[in-house]
Design a protein around this ligand. Sequence first.
Ligand SMILES: N[C@@H](CCC(=O)N[C@@H](CS)C(=O)NCC(=O)O)C(=O)O
Length: 193
Amino acid sequence: VRIVRVALDHHGLTEAVELVSTVPFDEKGRASLLAMNPLGKIPALRLDDGEVLFDSSVIVSYIDDIGHGSGLFDSDDLSPYYLRTLYAMTNGMLDAAVASVMEVMQRPEEERSPKWLARWEENILASVEMMAAHLDRVKGTGLIPEIAFVVALDYLQFRLGHIDWQSRHPALADWVKEELEQDIYRATDPRLA
Ligand SMILES: N[C@@H](CCC(=O)N[C@@H](CS)C(=O)NCC(=O)O)C(=O)O
């Protein structure tokens, strides 16, 4: 959701969208979401003609197509497949992070799987390593991997604070800290939701 909100802001479209908050994990939230998205997940975007778009990567592509700002996937130097791979990697990292958070928040301790939690943590750390390795090509571009890296790494800081990626990748940590000073990241801080 936060990546979508940053993309909307980038294209000056924030006011064009009504933001409806919901909790996918309570019954009411789940029922309303299932009516839009059979996966019961946020984000989902209902268009004026009733068509519903999900998941976040489809919504971001749509916003990028209709928006008037610079293209989030358009670069003279970096190939669209490279950008999309970094973006997909970051979304995959977020899937592993969300799964880990759910495992701990939604399951009683005796039902949790230490094996899967360890596996997801390994995937998360490997993804952060890839972000660190590609940071120099991505930072300052205003392209989709840059937004996705910031949002995903702040999600880790917020929800999985025990994973200490910062001391392994101090330059990445400093960069994220600076990026998070921007108004749009302050306005969409999940800690304030
Ligand atoms: N790949 C999806 C992931 C979305 C996702 O995992 N959403 C979570 C919240 S962060 C959710 O709604 N989960 C509800 C559920 O799994 O029942 C996307 O990028 O839109």
